[in-house]
Design a protein around this ligand. Structure first.
Ligand code: NAP
Length: 270
């Protein structure tokens, strides 16, 4: 098996990266950054996003696993103290694959017929540097609303615990193939009206955003921000591709949600 390791770059993560590389190579696994079967991320969820985008073009053939060197991760479930155990598991045990849905974003522009396609593991957001964004929002080909406000966030189920949650979106179990559209400070008065609630769209229900006033936006795809000009439309839907996680033990989603947002030691002792 071929493996690659993406480190956060701090001293602790780099040390774990070096240890894993050495031991896994000793077990006759091949370190191969170009065509890995297994991508190991060492750092936080931010590092996992980095690793995902580095290998986004080979999602069919590679599986991901994360070691978290900070606080509990949503994508990284192994702690540094377990690294030896993980190395043995990787070397000796065939792993199970768990797949999560992704978001597909297609940007079409006025200046060219060429489309720009992105896949997001967490979400895409659309904002502007000046004033408000104004979009006609279409769902499944029908006009739904005209949104005016700070921006919109379209997230995956596994990204629902990230930016989406801060915007009041619901937490969606990643076994559900859906995307969620959440508003950032919509303007609601007698002239402008939006639904106000997060919308959860199933697979094949495409959401199309058509700029009304300005055609330049700041878009984020996970951790990467870019400015786009001359935008005709932004199409969002559940991607046909999925991200594959290597699992050597259960990693229940609701346990992660509870441990990250609800439980603390004092409560556990009562
Ligand atoms: P960052 O601003 O340095 O960190 C964002 C935080 O979100 C980090 O604590 C990160 O965890 C955490 N995170 C990432 N994915 C998550 C997930 N699926 N569930 C729960 N928490 C998650 O940015 P970054 O490290 O480059 O990560 C980019 C992500 O930041 C974006 O995809 C977006 O979701 C999130 N973000 C959130 C807000 C907000 O909540 N108001 C605003 C902007 C962006 P680690 O510390 O483990 O890396």
């Amino acid at each position: 098996m071929k493996f690659a390791i993406v480190s956060k770059g701090d001293e602790r993560s780099n040390k774990i990266q070096a240890t894993m590389k050495q031991y896994l190579t000793d077990f006759d696994l091949e370190y191969n950054e170009d065509e890995p079967d297994l991508v190991i991320s060492v750092g936080g969820d931010g590092t996992f996003l980095e690793a995902f985008h580095r290998y986004v073009n080979c999602l069919k053939s590679c599986a991901f696993i994360g070691v978290h060197t900070g606080h509990l991760g949503f994508y990284a479930d192994w702690v540094p103290e377990e690294v030896e155990k993980l190395i043995i598991e990787i070397a000796k045990t065939p792993f199970q694959i768990v797949e999560y849905p992704l978001l597909e974003v297609i940007i079409r522009s006025h200046n060219t017929t060429k489309e720009i396609r992105h896949l997001a593991l967490n979400e895409a957001t659309i904002k502007t540097t000046e004033g408000s964004v104004v979009f006609d929002v279409e769902i499944k080909g029908d006009h739904f609303e005209t949104f005016r406000g700070d921006g919109l966030c379209i997230s995956t189920p596994s990204g629902s615990t990230a930016y989406n949650k801060a915007l009041g979106g619901g937490i969606i179990h990643p076994s559900l193939e859906a995307i969620q559209l959440t508003e950032m400070a919509s303007i609601n008065n007698r002239v402008f009206r939006t639904i106000g609630s997060p919308l959860i769209l199933p697979k094949h229900h495409t959401c199309l955003l058509k700029p009304v006033v300005d055609y330049s936006f700041l878009m984020t795809i996970d951790h990467v921000t870019k400015k786009y000009s001359g935008i005709k439309s932004i199409q969002c839907r559940v991607a046909k591709e999925r991200v594959r996680f290597a699992r050597f033990r259960p990693f229940p989603f609701w346990d992660r949600v509870r441990d990250s947002f609800v439980s603390d030691e004092s409560r556990k002792s009562h």
